[in-house]
Design a protein around this ligand. Structure first.
Ligand SMILES: Cc1ncc(COP(=O)(O)O)c(C=O)c1O
Length: 324
């Protein structure tokens, strides 16, 4: 918990380094297959990367990425700092074409909350041919299910607030890279701006990491079973699930019905955020910042590690309680 250290050692001051960050960064770096830097939140990590884009340069990004990331890009564009080119990341050909002249290609896969999946390997190859860096926000998949550095991606980003911490009790972000030069630049930015996590948060996140495989395994098994059953319900317009992970999006015919459902559950917690041991749900369009291409009736489900029959029973009573 120290803010400073006895001078002359390898850790001078608490904004530059901390032994608990190091333990966390070593562990997450090993899991992703690179060197990790931790940040005060996922969005602090996003801002640190976007800060590296040169004035007026082009960033290719998903139209449905986490709305905080999209909002940061919109803010930079409004201030003439960068040019943003939003793409449908499932349209590989269009993304590859957009890579031309880009300096950064931002991917999130699966996307929050549209649940779209990108062909990361093909897009990364095209981006590199165009001389652009590639970032993958790996928050939904975690390194248990997807390791983008193995596809030659330059930077992997996490909101460690989600599955990495896993208990909805801390905010943290992380960036992982195999590129020592990028690591040095990002560490330099973090030192300068001070977007650092608290030691206690890093300790909690490290404790959370110990059960990441077990939590992911259970959340995914629960999600697969729920998806199988949800797909049999005619009252749902759509059930979106990429085939892996613990996140599901269901679409009801309109926003009013979705509002009723999100308030009708007893076990599922009506709350934003995701990736905790407890299941949460929310209608995403309740946020004014959510892109209008996200259906009004879309509810994002973050499946936790509870008993799947309890989760199903509660979801069914909530869905059955609204008019059809
Ligand atoms: C995919 C994704 N990336 C980044 C963030 C931002 O992370 P934080 O809330 O830790 O700043 C979130 C938060 O919901 C997210 O879902």
């Amino acid at each position: 918990m120290a803010a400073t250290y006895v001078a002359g050692g390898d850790m001078e001051y608490g904004r530059y380094d901390n032994p608990t960050w190091r333990a966390f960064e070593d562990a997450l770096g090993d899991l992703e297959g690179g060197r990790c830097l931790s940040f005060s939140s996922g969005l602090a990590a996003v801002a640190t990367i976007l800060d590296l884009v040169g004035l007026g340069e082009k960033v290719v990004a998903p139209r449905h990425a986490y709305n905080g990331s999209v909002m940061q890009l919109a803010d930079l564009e409004a201030r003439d700092r960068v040019k943003t080119h939003l793409v449908d990341i499932t349209d590989t050909e269009a993304v590859v074409a957009a890579c031309e002249d880009a300096s950064l290609v931002w991917l999130e896969s699966p996307t929050n909350p549209a649940m779209e999946v990108a062909d990361i390997e093909t897009i990364t190859r095209a981006a590199h041919e165009a001389g652009a860096y590639v970032v993958v926000d790996n928050t939904f998949a975690t390194p248990m299910l997807q390791r983008p550095l193995e596809w030659d991606v330059d930077l992997v980003l996490h909101s460690a607030t989600k599955y990495i911490g896993g208990h909805s009790d801390l905010l943290m972000g992380a960036i992982i890279t195999r590129d020592d030069q990028l690591h040095g630049v990002l560490k330099g930015r973090r030192d300068l701006v001070g977007a650092i996590p608290g030691a206690f948060e890093a300790w909690l996140a490290l404790r959370g990491l110990r059960t990441l495989p077990l939590r992911m395994e259970r959340a995914q098994a629960n999600a697969e079973e729920l998806v199988r059953r949800l797909r049999e319900r005619p009252d749902l317009t759509e059930v979106r699930y990429p085939g892996f992970g613990g996140m599901i999006a269901i679409v009801l015919p309109n926003g009013d019905l979705a509002d009723l459902v999100q308030h009708a559950t007893k076990l599922w917690v009506y709350a934003t955020s995701l990736g905790g041991v407890e299941s949460t749900l929310e209608r995403r369009r309740r946020w004014k910042s959510e892109p209008t291409t996200i259906p009004e009736g879309l509810i994002r489900l973050s499946v936790g590690i509870e008993d799947v029959e309890d989760l199903w029973e509660d979801l069914v009573q909530a869905l059955d309680s609204v008019p059809h």
